[in-house]
Design a protein around this ligand. Structure first.
Ligand code: G6P
Ligand code: MG
Length: 233
């Protein structure tokens, strides 16, 4: 791994058990759709006169579409039919971005990290809060690198509940302790910790500092670094 990643990292103690599965959150980990989500929420907010900006968008990382809108409304109550219309419109705007996506939209380092994970015989899953996860993975051209794709609509409770990660492990035929999760959202880190998995938080410590290991992103990270950190100690 490069030195900047080492310098910015921190480790918390976790049991040393061999890793057999890598579970990735999607938005903000594999691809920078956070910007697309921001622009589409901003468009909707401007049209509806809802106060919103980039900083407010940061608080939405990892939340479902519906929970995001409710957070933006800040207690303002709207009829269910209106909420549904707004959610559909937001997604319509977002899908315009999805259609333009290609493998160019993978975040730096993702392609080579996936290659190393596959070469090591590790099973892979994507576990996202996004209803668009299947379409986005397809557009990114990594569908054949991922053994199972799941989202919070496949389970009872959204992140920060552990459900989506436990479901992903089950789909892979693995126990939680076999898996390492890569997450960029506070709620996702909380969910992965609750699932009793090893957790790599990607981003600033103020956001993902609860993770076992904090890194700026996947760029420069090697699978051997991950096993060295969690297993070969
Ligand atoms: C991810 C993003 C959120 C987004 C959510 C729902 O977790 O971090 O910002 O709101 O997915 O995405 P969707 O594609 O279903 O609207
Ligand atoms: Mg994310």
């Amino acid at each position: 791994m490069n030195s900047s990643a080492s310098v910015m990292s921190s480790t918390r103690s976790v049991p040393s058990v061999a890793l057999r599965g890598a579970i990735f959150d999607m938005d903000g980990v594999l691809t920078d759709t956070i910007e697309f989500h921001y622009q589409t929420w901003q468009r909707l907010a401007d049209e509806e006169g809802i106060p919103f900006d980039r900083q407010a968008n940061e608080a939405l990382r990892g939340l479902s579409r519906r929970d995001s809108l409710l957070r933006m409304l800040d207690g303002r109550r709207l009829p269910e039919e209106t909420i549904q219309t707004l959610l559909d419109r937001k997604n319509q705007y977002f899908r315009e971005f999805v259609e333009t996506m290609t493998s160019e939209h993978l975040l730096p380092g993702v392609r080579s990290f996936l290659d190393e994970v596959r070469a090591a015989g590790i099973k892979t899953a994507v576990a996202s809060a996004s209803q668009n996860v299947y379409a986005v993975i397809e557009q990114l051209g990594i569908a054949e690198d991922i053994d199972t794709i799941t989202n919070v609509y496949c389970v009872d409770r959204p992140k920060p509940a552990p459900d989506v990660f436990l479901h992903a492990a089950e789909q892979l035929g693995l126990s939680p302790q076999d898996c390492v999760v890569f997450e960029d959202a506070e709620s996702g880190v909380e969910a992965a910790l609750a699932a009793k998995m090893r957790v790599v938080g990607l981003g600033p410590a103020e956001r993902v500092g609860a993770a076992h290991w904090v890194l700026p992103g996947l760029d420069g990270l090697h699978w051997s670094d991950v096993t060295a950190k969690f297993v070969d100690r």
